[in-house]
Design a protein around this ligand. Structure first.
Ligand code: HEM
Length: 219
């Protein structure tokens, strides 16, 4: 499979996906739950609950990386350094103690998200990359502000309880530049590119669903 020439400026997939989903991102940002956590307005159990929901989501997403590893496009999007499941388990152990697994309950919106991941991220490269992009590029963007704010608000020590936000050995800006360049060179047809962008919008909606449910539960 030969790489297509990277189109110029505004036609680049990384630019189009951002332009087409900026409203979805704003809605995710406005959902309120993350801001309330950053400001320490909610009990610590609300943060632990977000971490628990992340466990289900990243379990489904990171197992898709294994299922899809032989796909030629997914093969170029495998980044073991991004894996969040070990960090989430360390955070859950810190927050809930050694019996952390007894505290894991998926909210209905989380189950919906994971079902979608099992349908699209485990089956098509466009679905896998769409969900990978929405979560990890978000974690390397707003997440880099959110992590320290949450740590400060809940008095978490240097790394414990918020390892999820710490990407050892990853320079967020350099990684995002590399990732966007990779997106811009994927040999997808126009239809596949549309499928990718549509799924990113869906991924935002699924995240908004989880954040809204958490806000209703704890806000
Ligand atoms: C308090 C909530 C949030 C804040 C403050 C925030 C902040 C930001 C900022 C400042 C950027 C731009 C970074 C850059 O240009 O390099 C960004 C990008 C991004 N965020 Fe968020 N974000 C929030 C919530 C979310 C959520 C809930 C998601 C999805 C799960 C998300 C996914 C993304 C993605 C995918 C990008 C990259 C867009 C692109 O390609 O430029 N963000 N965010």
């Amino acid at each position: 499979m030969s790489l297509m020439a990277v189109p110029p400026g505004a036609d680049r997939l990384s630019v189009r996906v951002r332009r087409n989903t900026v409203g979805d991102h704003d809605a995710a940002q406005r959902s309120g739950f993350l801001d309330a956590l950053a400001a320490g307005r909610l009990p610590w159990e609300a943060y632990a609950d977000l971490t628990a929901q992340h466990w289900f989501i990243y379990e489904a997403l990171e197992s898709a990386a294994t299922t899809m590893a032989d796909d030629p496009v997914v093969g170029t999007f495998l980044f073991p350094e991004l894996r969040r499941l070990p960090s989430l388990e360390a955070d859950l152990r810190y927050l809930y103690g050694p019996r952390w697994a007894d505290h894991l309950f998926a909210l209905p919106s989380t189950t919906t998200y994971c079902t979608r991941l099992r349908h699209v991220a485990h089956l098509a490269a466009t679905g896998f990359v769409a969900h990978q992009y929405t979560r990890y590029i978000g974690d390397l963007s707003g997440g880099q502000y959110l992590g320290p704010a949450i740590a400060q608000s809940y008095g978490l020590p240097a790394a414990d309880g918020h390892r999820f936000f710490l990407f050892n050995g990853v320079d967020p800006r350099a990684f995002k530049d590399h990732y966007r360049a990779l997106l811009d060179s994927v040999p997808w047809s126009p239809h596949e590119q549309e499928e990718f962008i549509t799924e990113v919008a869906e991924a935002y909606r699924l995240n908004i669903g989880v954040l809204t449910e958490l806000q209703r539960r704890w806000g």
